[in-house]
Write a protein that binds this ligand. Structure first.
Ligand code: PLP
Length: 491
């Protein structure tokens, strides 16, 4: 038994050190309860708070002391400042009136899972540094293959497997690095890129591909942005033409990123056609389904993944639309060896018997950082709390609400839809100028009653209304629509 450190007792035999006060377990229990109460109260009142923070640049910074406290403070002071100083600078992603960007929907089971993960304080860089951290992750990611009916090549029991990354951007980068290595017989890792490698994604793909190309040394100039059709989906014919043209001039096509649910308009790239082109030309195909992937929980939406069996890698973000708090991106590869051979480096201090046995996964070799949190715990809590049926119900509810919103728009001749309404995203415009649409969005957002965001489609400013927050119900969507109609009248 170790004795508990006494509150306020200085470290006895090191007089040069400052007095150090650990929180006692008793106080930890008390403040921990207060923190959970604070969060539960927050959930109860969040719908009444202005969704978009009304604070001005520098407001929060100036409200905080210029220097850190020399002596420790009671935790109550921190709670007080959380309310008074921090909350005004929060944009409420957990408000049911949040319709901007893509959601970052969280849930109580996820928060508890994250809390437990923090409590355990595990650093799961190697299997040996916490076998449960690795093996729970492997198991939960295998569950998700079944839950989303993903290709079985992604299962860890075969040659593939899944790993949790912080974000879809990191998955894209890892996929691109593996694609780069495969295209150069693992020589780029040794000697660097020769400037001939090329990468392909649609004009609507997330900027993460371009960023990854910069980081990977391929260069933004070697990213080809492939044209899209009237639905904003990549044109496979155009992809094949551009690849062919590149080959003719001595380029080395290496990687394609296809998107299931583009950020601007939720467009779906045709995976089967793109996959066939990748196979023909031996290109790595990565599929980015950051938000939309979750929809495949429901059999009726699984068409979004048609052709996914041709992909080398795939990712989707439970931290967007599967009730799991940020950060949690699930990244799958069909051939884990290609990924591991790309990212693995084994210094002496990381050698373990388990690693050498070849019987375990060391997830440090599956992503960029060495260290890793126990993120699988929150995903496990979410899946076990809601069950597959609960998660399916969430998806169906959000999709139905978005489709209802689109029907209201269609019935009002002042508005027009700007893209096909796929799943839970509605892109629309007031029939009028960009300035009018900008004014409409600014007024709505500064009202604090709802928050939506914009994009540009076919050169025109377009408003995006995405339904995906945990607590969004019909009443919130109806109130938002009413507010949009009223505000449009007053422009
Ligand atoms: N891919 C798509 C399609 C996205 O919509 C987004 C973000 O909205 C990303 C990638 C980047 O996501 P992350 O923040 O997880 O890197």
């Amino acid at each position: 038994m170790t004795s508990e450190p006494k509150r306020g007792s200085p470290v006895p035999d090191k007089p040069h050190m400052n007095p150090m006060t650990h929180m006692t377990n008793e106080e930890f229990r008390r403040q921990g309860r207060a923190a959970i109460d604070w969060i539960a109260d927050y959930y109860e009142r969040v719908a009444s708070l202005p969704v978009l923070s009304q604070s001005k640049p520098g407001d929060i910074y100036r409200s905080l002391p210029a220097q850190a406290p020399a002596k420790g403070e009671p935790f109550e002071h921190i709670f007080r400042d959380l309310d008074e100083k921090i909350l005004p600078g929060i944009t409420h992603w957990q408000s049911p009136n949040f319709f901007a960007y893509f959601p970052a929907n969280s849930s109580a089971p996820s928060v508890l899972g994250d809390l437990l993960s923090s409590g355990l304080g595990v650093q799961g860089m190697l299997w040996a540094t916490s076998p449960a951290c690795t093996e729970l992750e492997t198991r939960v990611l295998d569950w998700l293959v079944e839950m989303l009916d993903l290709p079985r090549t992604f299962l860890s029991t075969g040659r593939g497997g899944g790993v949790i990354q912080d974000a879809a951007s990191s998955s894209t980068l890892c996929a691109l690095l593996a694609g780069r290595e495969r295209a150069t017989a693992f020589a780029s890792n040794e000697t660097g890129c020769d400037g001939r490698l090329t990468v392909y994604a649609s004009t609507q793909a997330h900027s993460a591909t371009e960023k990854a190309a910069k980081i990977a040394g391929i260069g933004a100039k070697n990213v080809r942005k492939i044209e899209v059709d009237a639905n904003f989906s990549m044109r496979p014919g155009a992809l094949a033409r551009v690849i062919g043209g590149d080959k003719l001039v001595g380029k080395r096509p290496a990687f394609v990123c296809a998107t299931v649910g583009t950020t601007s308009s939720m467009a779906m790239d045709p995976l089967a056609e793109i996959g066939a082109i990748c196979r023909e030309n031996n290109l790595w195909l990565h599929v980015d389904a950051a938000m939309a992937g979750t929809a495949a929980l429901c059999p009726e939406f699984r068409h979004i993944h048609r052709g996914l069996e041709l992909a080398d890698s795939y990712c989707f973000n439970p931290h967007k639309w599967m009730l799991t708090n940020f950060d949690c991106d699930c990244f799958y590869v069909a051939d884990r060896k290609a990924l591991i051979d790309t990212l693995s480096i084994l210094p002496e201090f990381l050698r373990t018997k388990a690693t050498e046995s070849g019987a375990v996964f060391d997830y440090r070799d599956w992503h960029i950082p060495l260290g890793r949190r126990f993120r699988a715990l929150k995903l496990w809590c979410v899946i076990r709390h809601y069950g597959v049926e609960g998660l399916q119900a969430m998806v169906r509810n959000h999709v139905a609400l978005a489709q209802q919103f689109a029907d209201w728009l269609r019935a009002d001749s002042r508005f027009e839809l700007a893209a096909p309404v796929n799943l839970n995203l509605v892109c629309f415009r007031l029939k009028g100028t960009d300035e009018q649409n900008q004014r409409l969005m600014d007024r709505l957002n500064s009202s604090g009653k709802l928050y939506l965001s914009h994009t540009r489609l076919e050169g025109k400013l377009t408003l995006r209304f995405c339904v995906g927050q945990t607590y969004t119900a019909e009443q919130h969507v109806a109130a938002a629509w009413k507010e949009i109609q009223e505000t449009a009248k007053s422009l």
